[in-house]
Design a protein around this ligand. Structure first.
Ligand SMILES: [Zn+2]
Length: 241
């Protein structure tokens, strides 16, 4: 098991960690700030800094086959020879990439508040985010962009807490996603709340206040199928440039 520091504090960008194992699947650490791809959010990239100052590039982070397993994928698998179990390294994420994930991810929660329909799919990358809603009514691109801007300007605090499965079962309306159901059997489920705006189970990384989302706009609304409307988010600065 790896201690998941990113679950309690998404603003951490580095930590000291001990190498547990290295194999052709990746590097496992006893604790990490690297978010593994999941819940629609892309995995983190970054470096593992060795005691002598050398840096091994991490291209991506994935969940392993076992529960709680987090694999740091080396950009150059040949770098694995530089590591031994028991080595102490500093795990440092790419802050620009993660910052984009956090801004987009939090913006998808705002979209959930603006579009009261079940979510049928989600993908969050550093370049864009997309959210598929199970609905057949048309959506207005400008109206959604304006709605996001309003909630960003409202500067609402974003925080998480842990609830028991009983509390979740008592509040079925919390679950917005049709495909990604909250993990069961661990006794507690992480709930993400944007004060007065949105509340739903979510294990991803988010900014601490909606103001930190900045200028995120809807770049496209597509009819993917009779019952799916896809909304694509982008950074306004990228759209203008
Ligand atoms: Zn989330």
């Amino acid at each position: 098991m790896t201690e998941e520091l990113f679950r309690e504090d998404a603003s951490l960008h580095q930590c000291s960690a001990c190498v547990l194992a290295i194999d052709d699947r990746g590097v496992r650490l006893d604790r990490t700030v690297f978010y593994p791809q999941g819940g629609g959010q892309a995995g983190d990239a970054g470096v593992l800094r060795l005691g002598d100052g050398r840096e091994l590039q991490v291209a991506d982070t994935r969940k392993g086959e076992l529960p709680g397993e987090i694999l740091h994928l080396l950009a150059d698998p040949a770098d694995a020879v530089a590591l031994q179990p028991g080595d102490v390294v500093t795990a440092v994420i790419d802050r620009v990439r993660r910052g984009a994930h956090m801004r987009f991810h939090t913006a998808t929660h705002l979209l959930c508040a603006l579009v009261p329909h079940p979510v049928d799919g989600c993908s969050i990358t550093a370049a864009y985010a997309r959210l598929d809603f199970h609905m057949n009514e048309p959506l207005d691109k400008q109206q959604l962009s304006d709605g996001i801007a309003r909630l960003v300007a409202a500067a609402r605090p974003v925080h998480h807490r842990w609830v028991g499965e009983t509390e979740l079962d008592a509040n079925p309306q919390w679950v917005r996603s049709m495909r990604v159901l909250p993990p069961r059997g661990q006794g507690r489920i992480r709930v993400l709340e944007i004060d007065g705006v949105d509340l739903q189970p979510c294990g991803g990384t988010h900014v601490a206040n909606t103001a930190d989302i900045g200028k995120v706009i809807v770049t496209k609304v597509e009819k993917k199928s009779a019952m799916t409307r896809r909304v694509i988010l982008g950074f306004a600065e990228a759209a203008e440039g």
